[in-house]
Design a protein around this ligand. Structure first.
Ligand code: GCU
Length: 424
């Protein structure tokens, strides 16, 4: 009797310690039916139609979130407690902005201070009221975003490239990526900008011995379980941890937080915006496969290719779809639909067919019925718009000539879109 009680007690403790993994059980991949066409976002997995905004909210939205977690991105744990410390403040950009470095510290029981995000935040120096903010990940460290000697040099592994030596940041890297950041434009127009290196949460490597996910492993575990978070879900979770802080920062309007990201960081921005309704506006830029372009698409990067080149971005279950995308019970329009009724803007480049810009437009259009059901405007264009013409409707789209890049042109569109679409 005592032994049974002890076992029950221990299993209760284990349940409490286990991260919030998805409890739902969905069919094995080979038991899913083939759908060459797009699954209808307004039909439940069992075929029941979704007719009202209430049914979407109560039934279909939670189901789709679980489906994406189960089959593709993996589930992340619940938000842990955190502390935040403003490490420094400097005047920058000729005095028109204040730059704050903030360390956000968090972690699961036993690792409360082992998770850290080093946030770099720029706020307009003159503010009549708290500023809206654009929050996005960076690829290679905060010090690259603007040349300033006070920015802490990251000590973590970084992908090699200009300004790096043996996969570590160097002084030479300061400001190297400034041309890709629209800090001047954003500050001039009254926006704050926030960023952190995605490696703070998880290095972009197919190994699992670093970062936040490892803090959550059970003893003996060395990689996430089949339905637990991959790297993109971990990064998206990190963006939400940053929101935990931002809503308490008096310089920031917590009701006007936009999330943006380029490429892999754009895939992450969409997932973060889909899951966390505190993001008031979502801008995945040139996000492509695994983000805004159809998994069933035939242009550019395929699911098989992304699963091979970047196996860590998604969960283990997603690999089973590499040659069976028609079995996916959703496509990426359903992820866009999860943002509804909040606004979404997809920005693209004609020279970036790897990210399938026209397939992305199809995803945007296919998400429309959900936005309309919730009483929001759809997309103002019926066909792929011409280059350099921002479709500035609730579901927005923009394509420019040129290659895969985050440029001043994108920033201008993002700000035009935010001016019109962020809640006032
Ligand atoms: C690769 C990858 C894309 C990704 C891109 C990036 O090209 O195939 O899926 O979006 O890197 O993040 O820059």
């Amino acid at each position: 009797m005592l032994a049974i009680r002890t076992i029950l007690f221990l299993s209760l403790i284990m349940t409490m310690l286990t991260p919030a993994i998805v409890r739902a059980d969905f069919p094995d991949v080979d038991q899913l039916s083939d759908r060459a066409d797009l699954p209808d976002p307004l039909v439940m997995l069992d075929g029941t139609p979704v007719r009202t905004a209430g049914e979407w909210r109560e039934k279909r939205r939670p189901e789709l979130i679980k489906l994406f977690e189960w089959y593709m991105y993996g589930a992340a744990p619940a938000a842990p407690k955190f502390t935040a410390h403003v490490d420094s403040e400097h005047e920058v950009l000729g005095g028109k902005a204040r730059m704050k470095q903030v360390t956000i510290t968090f972690g699961p029981a036993g690792h409360e201070s082992d998770g850290q995000i080093h946030l770099l935040l720029f706020v307009p120096a003159v503010q009549k009221k708290p500023a809206p903010v654009l929050l996005g990940l960076n690829f290679r460290g905060n010090h690259m975003v603007i040349a300033h000697p006070a920015i802490r040099l990251p000590t973590l592994w970084m992908p090699n490239g200009p300004g790096m030596e043996n996969n570590r940041a160097t002084e030479a890297g300061r400001g190297l990526e400034a041309p890709h950041w629209g800090l001047d434009q954003a500050i001039d127009r009254g926006y704050a900008v926030a960023t952190f290196y995605h490696g703070d949460v998880k290095l972009d490597k197919p190994t699992w011995d670093d970062g936040v996910p490892a803090l959550y492993f059970q003893s003996g575990q060395s990689a996430p379980g089949d339905h637990e978070w991959g790297t993109i879900a971990a990064w998206a979770w990190g963006l939400s941890r940053t929101v935990d802080y931002l809503v308490s920062d008096p310089d920031i309007d917590g009701k006007r937080i936009a999330v943006f990201g380029h490429s892999r960081n754009g895939k992450t921005a969409l997932l973060a915006g889909a899951l966390d309704e505190r993001f008031a506006l979502v801008i995945p830029s040139q996000a492509g496969c695994g983000g805004t372009s159809p998994s069933r698409g035939t242009v550019g990067e395929s699911v098989e290719r992304i699963n091979t080149a970047f196996p860590h971005w998604f969960n283990a279950t997603f690999k089973k779809f590499s040659r069976a995308t028609s079995k996916l019970p959703f496509d990426q329009h359903c992820l866009i639909a999860l943002v509804a009724p909040r606004p979404v803007l997809l920005t693209n480049a004609t020279g970036d067919q790897w990210a399938n810009p026209s397939g992305q437009f199809e995803m945007l259009k296919a998400a429309e019925p959900v936005f309309k059901l919730l009483g929001a405007e759809g997309c103002g264009a019926g066909t792929l718009p011409p280059e350099n013409e921002l479709v500035n409707t609730h579901l927005g789209y923009f394509i420019r000539p040129g290659k895969h890049d985050m440029s001043q042109v994108e920033w201008k569109q993002w700000l035009d879109f935010a001016d019109k679409q962020l809640p006032k």
